[in-house]
Design a protein around this ligand. Structure first.
Ligand code: NAD
Ligand code: KPL
Length: 305
């Protein structure tokens, strides 16, 4: 029998993972914010996954952070800006040898979480799967993709990858997870803020080719300076390919802003600008982009941290 997976966060990715693991017979428990949310969750009867237009309810047991059952395996499926606080509340429950899987986009939150729980192994993930909520406790599986997992400090793959295989979660263990995370971060920085500022779909950036190219040049310089040359390789070509392949889509940041939701800017463009400053690298266009985006978010009453 597999060990229990605790899933923190009943949002898009948390539900996508929890329901597929449960469907494969892997024991899963869902951690929700507080007692009130727990009552609402219990009233709903479980998590619903909508796949190929078909909705199916999974009766996954729920609990709050205050429950006292020890945690051996924790999937952290909240937004980057919530991760440190959420994990801090669970730290006393982590069993010796506990493992955390960090699903956060961008960079910065993974190190901050790991620093809080030095007794645990933290594994980072970078995913191209897509899901969105179409109701409370209900998630639509919108885009099939792949999840890379890795631990920058320890190359050996964990035994529980077999749970992911059983659950049909396409994945690969990589000894180079930082390259994956930096590459995705660079793509997000070259595309997402511009879609917000130009109020367009990803494909709309084809009209702003020079601006995209300038950002890619600065991102390439930064990646090379901070020891990530593989993440820098042919970055502009890859950005142009993604813009074309996802031309009809709105970027995740565009969707957050359009729905008046807090963005993960601090772990995307904010992180890039902070790392550049640390390396005393002058990247004027990325800095200007961050300033424009921050001003835009503030004008909409949204935070920029
Ligand atoms: P989401 O907002 O849908 O879900 C996050 C959930 O975490 C929410 O239900 C929130 O209430 C919960 N949460 C926050 N703090 C909590 C706490 N202390 N205790 C319990 N629950 C808590 O977010 P998401 O879209 O699933 O994204 C999660 C991460 O995955 C983000 O970093 C995102 O960028 C990344 N990601 C998402 C997708 C996607 O398709 N949604 C794809 C790739 C990467
Ligand atoms: O990951 C993305 C996002 O929207 O967050 C893409 C599609 C790559 C655009 O940056």
């Amino acid at each position: 029998m597999s060990m229990t997976w605790h899933v923190l966060g009943a949002g898009s990715l948390g539900t996508l993972w929890a329901t597929r693991l449960a469907r494969a017979g892997v024991p899963v428990r869902l951690i929700v914010r507080d007692e009130q949310r727990l009552q609402a969750y219990r009233a709903a009867g479980g998590l619903t996954l909508v796949e190929h237009g078909e909705a199916k309810l999974y009766e996954i047991p729920g609990e709050t952070s205050d429950s006292d059952e020890p945690i051996n395996r924790l999937l952290v499926a909240c937004k980057a800006y919530d991760a440190v606080q959420a994990v801090a509340r669970l730290a006393p429950r982590l069993a010796p040898g506990a493992e955390l899987i960090l699903l956060q986009n961008g960079l910065g939150s993974q190190d901050a979480v790991a620093a809080q729980v030095p007794q645990a192994r933290c594994i980072s993930a970078s995913s191209t799967e897509g899901a969105f909520r179409d109701g409370d406790w209900r998630v639509v599986f919108a885009g099939h993709g792949y999840t890379w997992l890795g631990d920058a400090g320890h190359p050996v793959a964990p035994i529980w990858l077999e749970d992911l295989t059983a659950a049909g979660i396409p994945h690969e263990w990589t000894t180079d997870i930082l390259t994956r995370l930096w590459r995705k971060l660079a793509l997000n920085c070259a595309i997402n803020p511009l879609t917000v500022l130009h109020d367009c779909r990803n494909g709309g950036l084809q009209q702003h080719h020079c601006e995209v190219a300038t950002l890619c040049a600065e991102l390439t310089e930064l990646l090379e300076r901070c020891g990530q040359p593989a993440a820098a390789e042919h970055l502009q070509q890859e950005v142009e390919r993604v813009i074309q392949a996802t031309a009809a889509n709105y970027s995740s940041m565009y969707q957050d802003v359009a729905n008046q939701r807090r963005t993960e800017i601090s772990y995307l463009l904010g992180h890039v600008c902070r790392v550049a400053a640390r390396h005393q690298l002058n990247l004027p266009h990325l800095n200007q982009l961050e300033a424009r985006l921050t001003a835009h978010l503030h004008s909409l009453g949204l935070p920029s941290d």
